[in-house]
Design a protein around this ligand. Structure first.
Ligand code: ADP
Length: 717
């Protein structure tokens, strides 16, 4: 080998070695990387192992905690179950659980005790077989019910989704109320509740209540009877005192007689209160519903209390909501009684100041009813706050020194409250001691269309009135009254206006106040027409043709009187009056009160005699007492109406001690036309006689005015 070959060989070797070295280096690098990866992996693996070991430890901890909790829970459940069962075993009531196919799953002792003396009931028994045991062993007191019927009832009640409780009476008098409920899976939980004590207690209470009610009724009946009996002699006292007063010669005897009459009237009022109260208590009160004029009723009440305010510096005012209708359907008599009580109290407990009767209401066209608010406000002594509820109780009064000077029974407000409640209303009071009280009540009354109210009959020839007054309140009241009477009224405010209208448009009647009487008479005497003049009182109590406050009845009476010319129409003959009254004192009162009337009075002592006399006499007018021996007034009236058949209708006027609702209905349904309450009032008796006299003269004298204008039944009595 030459040297170049050698060198070449050497170079090749070197290259080969270098390549091998590079390769080695490369492989070593790769090996290092592989090693590194391996160690990284080993590291991460060991990390994971550590982690997992930790997880396992945690899980192991948790596992033992859960096991512990489970054990605790189990213990608690067992404990609770034990307590529950102990409780269920110890309650006096029976408890049982039935499966959806109505088999007894479990039951407490009290449930099973009932069956102790029987063939027994055990867990697994069907509900039907339990019912069989009940019947077969006579456990149930069926109280007349059929066995099969009872069995079916007990089975059927478990069928529906809701099971109504049922009470079962056992043979030993024990009462069990079965309260059953469906469970979620369709089974039944049954609770047998022992209600024997409650039932026995209820029985006792019922018995006690019946006894108390019977005693209460007896008390009310006794009170009603006694007060009725007391009234008759009292009527004699008051009636006679009234007559004596008319003839009293000197001031002293007048004073004595007045005292007798006033005390008698006060006593009668107390008796009436007791009678009313006992009747309401005995639930004998029925409302007598009829159309009436509320505004007129309020005016009448203020007239009634008028005399008692005359001696006190008090003004009494009525504020009737001018947009409110006046005609309603209701029990006017009872409403009057409520108002008289409230206004009477206001007068009694007010020494000076004012009393205001206010009537407001909501009248919705869409509804037939009207919501009325009626209040009686006074500026009197007031009621302490703690007594406000107390005053509505029976016999309750405010017992303090200041109060002792006032008379009364303490029944008025109790009656008033009951009456308001019977009418479906509500009563209340607001009061400030020393400043005054406001008693109010609300009622819902049905409106009547104006035509429904009995129209007052006017004598012919009165169609237009010329009225001179200077008070706008008087004007609004008078306007309404005239409209109700169907009279066209022209109002003037001055003499000049009066004179002008009188000539231009001659009226059929002229009305003015008492103090203008002379002026108007002067104006009338110069007029070309002759016009009747009526005056009205300037203040309550003043004597005038029309007294104050104005009422339709008062106006009507005055208008009728203004057209009556007694000289031109002398009475044709005495009115034949038949009167039946058993009480001698009352006979005397009646006779004396009718003195002065152009009548022939025929007095009899009972209904039987009245019928005999009626047949013989054919009277023009009959007065009948209601309670009489042998035949009472109502029966007599019925007999008279039968005797008359379709013949002439003789007016019959009943005289009754105290007409209550219901009584009144009965009285009028027996053919009686009117009734008067005792004590009788002379003007009432005379008015009835005069009306009949007028009818006679009208019938027997062809020129006289038509008869129907005198029918007094057109005027509410
Ligand atoms: P009486 O008036 O007969 O005593 P009431 O039942 O009518 O019975 O009234 C009961 C009590 O309520 C009265 O005694 C009085 O103390 C009180 N009372 C009633 N109305 C008023 C009033 N307007 N102002 C002050 N107190 C009144």
């Amino acid at each position: 080998m030459d040297s170049s070959e050698f060198e070449e060989e050497l170079a090749r070797e070197r290259r080969g070695r270098l390549a091998a070295e590079r390769m080695l280096e490369q492989k070593q690098k790769e090996l290092r990387e592989a090693n590194k990866n391996l160690s990284d992996h080993a590291l991460s693996l060991s990390d994971k192992i550590i982690n997992q070991r930790e997880v396992v430890t945690t899980l192991q901890g948790e596992n033992s905690r859960v096991t512990e909790d489970l054990q605790k829970a189990n213990t608690r459940i067992q404990e609770t179950e034990r307590i529950l069962w102990a409780a269920l075993e110890n309650i006096p009531d029976g408890f049982a659980l039935f499966s959806p196919d109505f088999r007894l799953i479990t039951a407490n002792r009290p449930y099973l005790t009932v069956f102790d003396d029987t063939a027994g009931v055990s867990i697994g028994d069907s509900y039907q077989s339990i019912l069989d045991v009940c019947l077969d062993d006579g456990l149930i007191d069926l109280q007349g019910q059929d066995e099969d019927e009872w069995y079916d009832t007990m089975l059927d009640r478990w069928v529906g989704p809701m099971i109504a409780p049922i009470t079962i009476r056992f043979w030993n008098g024990m009462y069990i109320k079965m309260i059953d409920r469906k469970t979620a899976d369709g089974g039944i939980v049954s609770l047998a509740h022992n209600i024997t004590d409650t039932i026995l207690h209820e029985d006792e209470l019922r018995l006690a209540r019946d006894k108390a009610q019977a005693a209460d009724r007896a008390k009310s009946a006794f009170l009603a009877k006694m007060s009725h009996e007391l009234r008759t002699p009292m009527n004699g006292v008051v009636g006679m005192a009234d007559l004596l007063l008319e003839n009293a010669q000197d001031e002293e005897s007048k004073l004595y007689t007045e005292t007798i009459r006033n005390s008698g009237t006060a006593l009668l009022e107390i008796i009436n209160n007791i009678l009313d109260f006992s009747k309401i208590e005995a639930e004998k009160l029925e409302l007598r519903l009829a159309p009436f004029d509320l505004e007129q009723l309020v005016q009448e009440v203020s007239i009634m209390v008028g005399p008692s305010i005359r001696d006190k510096p008090i003004t009494l005012q009525v504020d009737y909501d001018q947009f409110l209708p006046t005609e309603f359907h209701g029990d006017a008599g009872r409403l009057r009684q409520i108002l008289v009580n409230l206004v009477g109290n206001a007068v009694k407990f007010t020494d000076e100041g004012s009393i205001l009767i206010r009537i407001v209401g909501i009248s919705d066209e869409a509804s037939p009813n009207c919501e009325l608010h009626i209040t009686v406000e006074d500026s009197g002594i007031g009621i302490p706050e703690e007594m406000v509820d107390h005053v509505f109780g029976e016999f309750n009064q405010i017992e303090d020194e200041a109060n002792r000077k006032y008379e009364g029974t303490g029944l008025g407000l109790a009656i008033t409250r009951k009456l308001v409640e019977v009418m479906g209303g509500e009563i209340w009071v607001d009061s400030v001691p020393e400043h005054g009280s406001c008693f109010g009540f609300k009622l819902s009354l049905r409106r009547t269309s104006s035509g429904q109210l009995q129209k007052a009959a006017l004598p012919d020839g009165i169609s237009q009135a010329l009225i001179w007054l200077d008070n706008s309140l008087d004007k609004s009241v008078m306007e309404r009254q005239m409209a109700l009477l169907g009279i066209e009224a022209t109002f003037v405010m001055s003499a000049a206006e009066f004179g002008l209208t009188l000539e231009r448009d001659p009226p059929s009647v002229v009305i003015t106040s008492q103090r203008r009487k002379d002026t108007v008479e002067g104006l009338l005497s110069n007029a070309t027409h002759q016009t009747p003049l009526l005056t009205f009182a300037d203040s309550p109590g003043q004597i005038s043709d029309i007294s104050r406050p104005f009422t339709r009845a008062g106006l009507l009476d005055a208008l009728i009187a203004s057209t009556e010319n007694t000289e031109a129409n002398p009475p044709v003959r005495p009115v034949q009056v038949l009167a039946a009254e058993d009480n001698k004192t009352n006979q005397l009162v009646l006779t004396k009160m009718l003195v002065g009337a152009n009548i022939d009075l025929h007095l009899v002592g009972d209904g039987v005699e009245a019928i005999e006399k009626f047949k013989e006499l054919k009277p023009d007018l009959v007065f009948l007492d209601i309670s009489m021996p042998r035949m009472d007034g109502m029966e007599a009236a019925q007999t008279i109406r039968k005797l008359e058949a379709d013949g002439e209708h003789v007016p019959i006027v009943a005289m009754t001690a105290h007409a209550m609702a219901g009584d009144e209905e009965r009285i009028l349904s027996s053919g009686i036309d009117h009734y008067l309450t005792k004590p009788l009032k002379k003007p009432d008796l005379h008015r009835h006689v005069e009306n009949v006299a007028y009818a006679i003269s009208a019938a027997e004298r062809p020129s006289a005015k038509p008869q129907e204008t005198t029918r007094q039944d057109a005027v509410p009595l």
